[in-house]
Design a protein around this ligand. Sequence first.
Ligand SMILES: NC(=O)C1=CN([C@@H]2O[C@H](COP(=O)(O)OP(=O)(O)OC[C@H]3O[C@@H](n4cnc5c(N)ncnc54)[C@H](O)[C@@H]3O)[C@@H](O)[C@H]2O)C=CC1
Ligand SMILES: O=C(O)[C@H]1O[C@H](OP(=O)(O)OP(=O)(O)OC[C@H]2O[C@@H](n3ccc(=O)[nH]c3=O)[C@H](O)[C@@H]2O)[C@H](O)[C@@H](O)[C@@H]1O
Length: 446
Amino acid sequence: MKKIAIAGTGYVGLVTGVSLAEIGHDVICVDKDKRKIESLRSGKTPIYEPGLEEMMRKNMQKGKLFFTTSSFVGFKDADMIIIAVGTPKDENGTLDLQYIEQAAKEIGRNITKNNAMIVTKSTVPVGANRKIKEWIQTELKGNIKFFIAANPEFLRQGSALYDTFHGDRIIIGAESEEALDSLEALYQPFGIPIMKTDLKSAELIKTASNAFLALKISYANTIAGICEQIGANIEDVSLGIGMDSRIGTSFLKAGIGFGGSCLPKDTAALAGLANEVGEPAQLIHDILEVNKRQELSLLKKAIHRFKSLKGKNVAMLGLSFKPETDDVRDAASLTLARQLVMEGAKVTAYDPAAVENAKKVLGDLIYYADSIEQALKNADLAFIVTEWEEIRNIRLNLFYEWMREPIIFDGRNCFQLDKVKKCPLEYHSIGRPIVIGNSNVKRQLK
Ligand SMILES: NC(=O)C1=CN([C@@H]2O[C@H](COP(=O)(O)OP(=O)(O)OC[C@H]3O[C@@H](n4cnc5c(N)ncnc54)[C@H](O)[C@@H]3O)[C@@H](O)[C@H]2O)C=CC1
Ligand SMILES: O=C(O)[C@H]1O[C@H](OP(=O)(O)OP(=O)(O)OC[C@H]2O[C@@H](n3ccc(=O)[nH]c3=O)[C@H](O)[C@@H]2O)[C@H](O)[C@@H](O)[C@@H]1O
């Protein structure tokens, strides 16, 4: 078994570290963030990810998994170091490599083992692994040989552990056969198909994959717009398109747009790369344009419906960029909340996991509720932004019971239209006809 160090204990680093410990390696996770490391040492994961905390504690108890803030302690005698630090968007929309550079230099200063493998899991622009090699080399003491490899990560937040053990493929890119073979051996126990390639191809596979997923969503959202104009139903249209096995049904779900820390950022990075190398790539720019419009499409419908939202009590159900995560990075909820407030609305939001993170971004711009009921009480209209199970399972009559006016703008098409029709609701969704439900309504919809 190898001694493996991980730089960065975010979604990717922590899940990777826990999973490698689970298959028997000795893992030490290094992070600059003292609070995170303290929390991890006490057995608490700072992120919400199903099954992760239990597996982490088990491996800590077995003595297979450690956490430190010290690069020296983490990297000094590691056989392999996996870089999993963040690569956020910089002000030009490209991937910011400052944390990668710091980590690479710390690795260079601290590695002692000859033939150590330095593996980059963070999503990086094409060419970054070459830079990583140079950054390590500038700091190396003595004549230590090391290998670099690109090993992009494809896990999804909310199902990160499941994806690590059941992913579709593992991509490894390296300059030498030795490095490729060593990584192949590491990943064989996961029983997932492994593809070996060169460094640049591995790097490009990552951003091109995320941009393709984003493309499918923007395509579905574009078709949803057409559905609204002609009175068709996007749910059926997407299903019908996706039943062609060459297309596939996944990632064709129309909604309020894609968010999260990766799809928007990686699509922008790919568009940036195309610009940089002088390759026309309007298609990739359009993916982002469609998404920007989509985030505000429901708001437009609400403004059209009410003429003005000034003074309206608006309930917002869901803040995270998708269910089963507390992450609000690039979530549609943020754009929508800000815009609603600009329109003069009073917004009260509920989310089962993401309120604390949303508060860090939105502060007291909006109100936060402890329950769906509290958010909906006396609301003039409600937006559904994230399809948490709890939200999908609301008994439809409760909208009527709790809200001042049961008028819903559903950004995730949570409810079937024939069920809505039986309830006293006004229901607007994405790519489907507006439904004015059962007229057995005590209050007249204004
Ligand atoms: N979140 C996701 O679902 C996925 C993310 N990725 C990519 O993986 C990378 C990491 O993403 P996340 O885990 O979401 O990031 P994150 O922001 O959750 O975590 C990054 C961690 O790195 C730490 N860090 C920064 N500089 C450091 C250094 N020099 N040494 C040690 N630790 C350092 C930070 O304190 C932070 O805890 C990004 O490039 C991202 O694009 C790839 C696939 C999935
Ligand atoms: O590089 C990354 O970080 C990861 O980015 C995405 O994973 P993630 O951001 O966790 O979330 P997704 O499940 O892809 O959802 C992204 C957004 O698209 C939206 N979406 C997804 C699917 C769909 O059909 N329609 C749709 O609007 C979701 O609501 C969400 O806002 C990819 O799915 C992962 O493979 C990749 O590893």
